[in-house]
Design a protein around this ligand. Structure first.
Ligand code: NA7
Length: 546
């Protein structure tokens, strides 16, 4: 590492925030409002977090716009107007830039700065944080807002360096337009990113070859522009929307049905699914209460979506190849615009790489066990090292110099208290950390709850003159056990997915998300705080534990 003039500087702050996405921006805002000296460090050249990097064609959020935003400020909510039901990446990025401008956040964000390490010093109860270019920051509070799905998974495929064309990962897309006109494009991966990108790239490329490992269920998004009246109505209902989504299970206003799919006759069920299909978005997932808990109930919706695939896709063999067999919803439920329809185009072909796996990337393209495909561009829509990937990229060390990675045995023994804190790492807070509900819903709602809880906690520490707070090991074990027990009651653990870590070679398996829902989780966190931070210990300014 070349030495820079920053090497001997130590900046002293109350709080350091990592990231300038939805989490980092709001955390920074709240800390500053409370009068703490603080700075956010961001690897990218601008705000946005995943929405800065996920610039690929078709990138869009799958939560409805009017709920996929902050609700901490009524003024902000009323000043911003979304244009369509599901916001496109450029619009979300504009929104986050608008937020940064409105609250003048940029002056306290250091861009193009990656944090290399954060070490806790027990004698001073402070964190020493180091950037990759050699700057050191001493801070009382170390807060990660690094995102749950932000570390790209680029599979270790033999020969990638030899490829003569261009290749991209959806999560690190260039900000300049990538022109596919006249090109032979190959895309690997059919998760949310692939499903969004495939129809858009297919319209531009000379030919698109989709390399599919696991077929996916996806339902129509039914995206459409918002009318002025609809937006106006949402603004008028701000307080109601805020209250409802914060108390809800998934950060969205429509409550899931309380009926079992098995209570209805096949005819009634078919009608329910047809209506949800017509409505689009998450409606089908919420159409019955037990779709993610009961195998037979799940089969009803899975079979319905498979029948739709066969209706839409003209070639029966392709339709069969596109038909999934895992439990619907146990991999991230996807919504799409013209995904299955795209396979009716003459310039799109589908390759089943489960049957004939990719052997290597050659100078000309991709070689599977039974064919070779000449390509000009390869798109990796191969996902992320979820939940822990971005935390493990930093060398985080707590008490006794124990690293977070070692404590969590490289991911096999993740244990947190409430998904916010972990024993041995005082004054470290994780916004939407593992074992919080995070990705199982509309993220900004989860993020705001965490930020507000962390801020209240810091205020409590300051008010009571405490140097630090630390999760107790027994409270943490109980929480982790509770999370695992809840997950085991669902079908989530029966499918290999990024939720379980199965998508990353060598990563330990384990379901690291709290499935009990946003509202109940919020209540639990509020109760812990109300009981004087039950399950936590405090370290006084004189360095005694109470
Ligand atoms: P996902 O959902 O993890 O999807 C990744 C896709 O890439 C999925 O189809 C994988 O197949 C496939 N994949 C991964 N590695 C390989 C290799 N080595 N060979 C072939 N195919 C591979 O990531 P996304 O970016 O689409 O979505 C991530 C989240 O972002 C999403 O859930 C939303 O919350 C937003 P597999 O299913 O593992 O067989």
């Amino acid at each position: 590492m070349p030495s820079t003039k920053k090497e001997n500087q130590v900046t002293t702050l109350d709080a350091v925030v990592i990231g300038a996405g939805f989490s980092g921006l709001y955390m920074l805002y709240r800390l500053r409002e409370a009068g703490l000296s603080t700075r956010a460090y961001e690897a990218a050249g601008g705000v946005g977090g995943v929405w800065y990097w996920n610039h690929y064609p078709g990138a869009r959020c799958d939560s409805e716009s009017i709920y996929y935003n902050y609700t901490f400020s009524e003024e902000l909510y009323k000043e911003w107007s979304w244009t369509s039901r599901y916001p496109e990446q450029p619009e979300i990025l504009r929104y986050l830039n608008f937020v940064a401008d409105k609250f003048d956040l940029r002056k306290d964000i250091q861009f193009q700065t990656r944090i290399k390490s954060a070490h806790y010093d027990e004698s001073s109860n402070r964190w020493m944080i180091r950037t990759e270019d050699g700057e050191s920051i001493s801070a009382t509070y170390f807060i990660t807002g690094v995102g749950c799905i932000s570390t790209a998974n680029i599979p270790n495929m033999k020969g990638l360096d030899n490829f003569k064309g261009d290749w991209y990962h959806t999560g690190h897309w260039p900000h300049e337009k990538v022109d596919f006109t006249g090109k032979r494009v190959g895309i690997i991966g059919t998760g949310s990113s692939g499903v969004q990108a495939i129809p858009v790239i297919a319209k531009e490329a000379a030919h698109l070859t989709v390399f599919q490992r696991t077929p996916q269920y996806t339902v129509p998004a039914r995206n459409h522009p918002y009318t002025k009246e609809y937006i106006q109505q949402a603004k008028e209902n701000f307080h109601e929307i805020k209250k409802t989504i914060r108390a809800s299970l998934a950060g969205l206003p429509t409550p899931p049905s309380d009926r079992s799919a098995l209570e209805d006759s096949p005819e009634v069920r078919q009608q329910v699914f047809e209506e949800a299909w017509k409505e689009g978005g998450p409606a089908i997932l919420f159409s019955y209460a037990d779709l993610l808990a009961n195998e037979d109930a799940n089969e009803t919706v899975s079979a319905f979506i498979r029948s739709k695939i066969h209706e839409i896709v003209e070639d029966p063999e392709t339709a069969e190849k596109l038909s999934p067999t895992y439990y619907y919803g146990t991999k991230r439920a996807i919504i799409d615009t013209d995904y299955f329809e795209t396979y009716n185009r003459p310039n799109v072909s589908l390759v089943d790489v489960k049957k004939a796996p990719i052997q290597e990337i050659t100078a000309q393209g991709i070689r599977t066990t039974d064919a070779e495909y000449d390509l000009d561009v390869i798109v990796f829509a191969t996902g992320y090292d979820g939940m822990t990937g971005s935390l493990f990229k930093m060398d985080i060390r707590g008490k006794d110099d124990v690293s977070l990675k070692d404590k969590w045995e490289n991911g096999s023994a993740v244990s947190t208290y409430l998904g916010i804190a972990t024993a041995g790492f005082p004054n470290m807070f994780m916004i939407t950390g593992p074992e919080s509900p995070s990705v199982l819903g509309n993220m900004p709602v989860a993020i705001e709850q965490h930020v507000e809880w962390v801020m209240d906690c810091i205020q409590y520490l300051r008010k009571h003159d405490m140097a630090a707070i630390e999760a107790n090991a027994d409270a943490e074990q109980a929480w982790s056990k509770h999370c695992r027990e809840l997950a085991d009651m669902t079908l989530y653990t029966k499918t290999e997915s990024w939720y379980t870590g199965a998508n990353i070679e060598g990563k330990a398996r384990g379901f690291q998300i709290y499935v009990g829902g946003y509202g109940p989780y919020r209540d639990r966190c509020t109760e812990v705080a109300a009981k004087g931070y039950e399950g936590f210990s405090f370290i006084t300014a004189a360095n005694t534990v109470v």
